[in-house]
Design a protein around this ligand. Structure first.
Ligand code: ZN
Length: 150
């Protein structure tokens, strides 16, 4: 007993959201949720050249990643919105057109939980929401590329 009992995460970061859903999400859950949602967006067709990306893996391997994934709500400091606008990550199609993966269409409770997670984690790590989303994106890309069956 003693030092090992010290909580790894400070709960004080959650104190400022009265009445809000207190879903405590861990990183693996957040990543799983976003990955699952993004996989559900495929097949996806480029509106410019008509190329169809069959799977998320196909998309990751055959588009050019653009940096700066962002959460509109976090960028606006709108942490307690009941209706999050969501997040997006951009990439370029081989034709040069810009494609986006977004959290549009994700269930509202999931989007709220993700925003809550983003708020807590950016605070805990002392990084911007965009930096945290890019880190999350790195992990999802690694997972999906490593998963040959995807
Ligand atoms: Zn294209």
């Amino acid at each position: 007993m003693g030092k090992a009992c010290r909580a790894r995460r400070s709960r004080t970061a959650y104190a400022g959201s009265p009445g809000h859903l207190k879903i405590f999400m861990i990183e693996a859950e957040a990543i799983h949720l976003v990955r699952q949602h993004f996989e559900s967006l495929f097949p996806k067709t480029c509106a410019n050249c008509g190329h169809q990306y069959a799977t998320l893996r196909d998309y990751i391997l055959n588009t050019k990643r653009l940096g700066g994934a962002l959460s509109y709500d976090a960028e606006d400091g709108d942490w307690s919105t009941p209706e999050p606008v969501g997040s997006q990550a951009l990439a370029n199609c081989a034709c040069g057109s810009t494609l986006a993966l977004t959290t549009d269409g994700m269930a509202l409770p999931s989007r709220l939980a993700l925003l809550e997670w983003l708020k807590a984690e950016t605070h805990r790590r002392g990084v911007s929401s965009s930096a945290l989303l890019e880190t999350m994106r790195d992990v999802i890309r690694q997972q999906v590329v490593a998963d040959a069956d995807a």
